[in-house]
Write a protein that binds this ligand. Structure first.
Ligand code: SAM
Length: 275
């Protein structure tokens, strides 16, 4: 199973500006792949840490509710699944991209066996996942919820899945990007990623503030002698929209944290089931 994280509209490849021009120039021989497929799985796994207060917020609320955690869209596990195991917890992950899971498995194999034995990885779409047990905490970090809005009812179906997997007294912790973000596209950024075997030049550019509330980032890289592009779309929410859906699904918010960095605004919530 693999992801694409592309638009549903086959006419729209999600590329803008110079990225679109270069891709359409056939002489460039650029391959378009999903944001969480090879080689961009390596890019994700090598950039970005935690924003201020993020890791502490998750740890505190998980500890208050137990030690059995389910991470939805767990990716390469670097930010949450692996550290949670090191903190002595049981951590299961659900992830649609085999390429992200491959990186997570590599990290798991480097842990002591006892820690490895407290993790299970499921290569599944969150929407199709049926949990065989109940979790003290279900987490969905890295504003991944913004990837789950391709259909109108995407978020309420997602919250339904969370309820299915969560213990009655459990906690659900997740964050989301808020919008609208005004302003035009950012300038392209260039970085160099160092993986175990490669050095990958990466150029990326964000195209924020689209009127329909979607934010797009285009990526370019070179890997093993070939050129690749990917486009990642995230829905920007108003806090009200998400909170209304959360409450309609029977959750009650118990804590929140806001983070602003540059043009990016994030809200992090912890919620429990009412009553
Ligand atoms: C922004 S990354 C977050 C990874 C990790 N949770 C973290 O905090 O670093 C989003 C992840 O969601 C996964 N994903 C997207 N849609 C999914 C779906 N429907 N089911 C499962 N995983 C999904 C992607 O493959 C990607 O690894």
């Amino acid at each position: 199973m693999n992801d694409s994280n592309r638009n549903n509209n086959p006419e729209d490849n999600g590329l803008y500006g110079t990225f679109k021009e270069l891709y359409e120039n056939k002489a460039m021989e650029i391959t378009l792949v999903g944001m969480y497929e090879k080689p961009f799985n390596h890019v994700y796994a090598n950039v970005g840490g935690y924003y201020r207060g993020e890791a502490e917020f998750y740890l505190r609320h998980i500890r208050e509710h137990g030690e059995k955690v389910l991470e939805l869209a767990s990716g390469d596990g670097r930010r949450f699944l692996i550290p949670l195991l090191k903190h002595g917890m049981q951590a299961d992950g659900v992830e649609i991209s085999t390429d992200m899971l491959e990186l997570c498995r590599e990290k798991l194999e480097k842990l002591p066996e006892e820690q490895q034995s407290r993790a299970r990885l499921f290569n599944e779409d969150v929407y199709g996942f049926t949990s065989d047990s109940k979790y003290d905490a279900v987490i969905l970090p890295a504003t991944s919820i913004c990837l789950f809005s391709e259909t109108e009812d995407g978020i309420s179906r997602l919250f339904g899945k969370v309820k299915e997997a969560m213990a009655d007294k459990g906690v659900f912790i997740f964050d989301f990007r808020t919008g609208p973000e005004v302003g035009s596209e950012t300038v392209p950024h260039k970085i160099m990623i160092k993986t175990e075997n490669d050095r990958m030049p990466v150029v990326y550019q964000e195209f924020p503030g689209s009127p329909d509330g979607w934010n797009t980032v285009n990526f370019y890289t070179e890997w093993q002698g070939r050129k690749y592009m990917a486009s990642s779309r995230k829905k920007l929410f108003t806090g009200d929209e998400i909170k209304k859906t959360l409450e309609a699904e029977g959750f009650e918010i118990i804590d929140s944290l806001r983070y602003s960095g540059g043009a990016m605004n994030i809200e992090l919530l912890a919620a429990v089931l009412k009553g």
